[in-house]
Design a protein around this ligand. Structure first.
Ligand SMILES: [Zn+2]
Length: 113
């Protein structure tokens, strides 16, 4: 499960950057993505790239409001967390959904247990 940046913002970043170092970093990111994909395929793991939400409540799906100190809160169910954690929660949810759809034993179950 990989939290991607949108292709458009990726392109904008790439075009807007004059410094060679940053450009190199972005090219590296592209290579890393391809490498991860190939590895996942090799091990027979599910691979999913998706833009993960950072402002949608993972508990009830409502739009969350930003508080101070990068904390974010759901006005509907009261869920609150650091906004950097929210995409991680979504990643876990998504990964769990993939596992539900594919009840095949995979090495990742060993790693995470
Ligand atoms: Zn909520």
């Amino acid at each position: 499960m990989v939290d991607t940046i949108e292709d458009e913002s990726y392109r904008e970043l790439k075009e807007g950057i004059s410094s060679g170092v940053k450009k190199h970093y972005l090219d590296g990111l592209g290579q890393l993505r391809r490498r991860l994909q190939a590895l996942a395929q090799w091990y027979g793991l599910s691979y999913l790239e998706e833009r993960l939400y950072s402002t949608i409540c993972p508990r009830c799906g409502a739009k969350m409001k930003e508080l101070n100190n990068r904390r974010i809160q759901c006005p509907i169910c009261g869920f609150n967390d650091n906004r950097d954690n929210v995409p991680l929660i979504w990643a876990k949810k998504r990964y769990w959904e993939i596992l539900q759809k594919q009840p095949v034993f995979s090495p990742i179950t060993l790693l995470s247990s």
